[in-house]
Design a protein around this ligand. Sequence first.
Ligand code: AMP
Length: 302
Amino acid sequence: MSLLITGSIALDSVKTPIEEHHDLLGGSASYASIAASFFSPVNMVGVVGSDFPKKYLDLYRQRGVNLDGLQVVEGKTFRWSGEYEWDLNRRRTLSVALNVFETFNPTLPAHYAATPFVFLANISPQLQMHVLGQVKAPKFVVADTMDLWIETAREPLRELLRRIDCLVLNESEAREFTKQTSLIKAGRQILRMGPKYVVIKKGEHGSLLFSHDLFFSAPAYPLEDIHDPTGAGDCFAGALAGYLARAGKVSHETLRKAVIHGSVVASYCVEAFSLKRLEQLTLAEIEQRYQLIKQMSHFEAA
Ligand code: AMP
């Protein structure tokens, strides 16, 4: 089944202690759409400015992403820049310019309205709800968020939580949002706010999946070479949503597998800057790491 994805589409500048690159393809919707495209057809909703390079549009097309809901308008594309420390878990945002996103108020193409699966990648909760409101009877809705919206748009975020099936967020965001030090308490508290499922990402330490009758602690792939962690969270959630859309139904088993597929695609994403590694990625490579994680986390003979 197909998956609708909205979120940011950006030109990023990223600096690590070793390398620095400018005008990279970035944004939550870019990472999520490319990640999801390995599993399901993707209908993208977003906006770019007239400065957006054609080669990046070609990259979406090569991955089969439907761009009927992508607006190209006069002006500048969303821009973000960030800098990592030697501990690549630590990142500082240097600048953000919303540019064409400031006035983005999309009307979905008619054929998008019946998309059964939806992933609201990180962008303001108001925009996430505006897009979701135009999808008729979605089967399953996943949403991501970030500290900025927890701090500046708490009420819209609470409203969003009542309308989605699954929230994905990282551990520091979960703690900040719930004011809990324990991730277990934080996960349970978010469940009480509306979604049936909550996934808390713990970076290189894996993730936790919660529902009222399910708890799953998923390992991360033990990667040695990380070049750029940007977009790992978006790839994780995009692949998770894409995997669910491919399965066409949501059960405890598909959710567990979806979370592991999320970890696998995220592990490839961070091996190179921007979407460079995912451009080359194959389904066979995804399957290979999936099997390795399965072996690695198995501890009792059947
Ligand atoms: P992540 O590493 O998963 O946090 O995602 C990084 C991506 O998020 C980058 O490519 C940025 O362009 C994008 N991004 C940064 N700030 C925002 C924001 N306020 N809203 C939406 N996307 C953002």
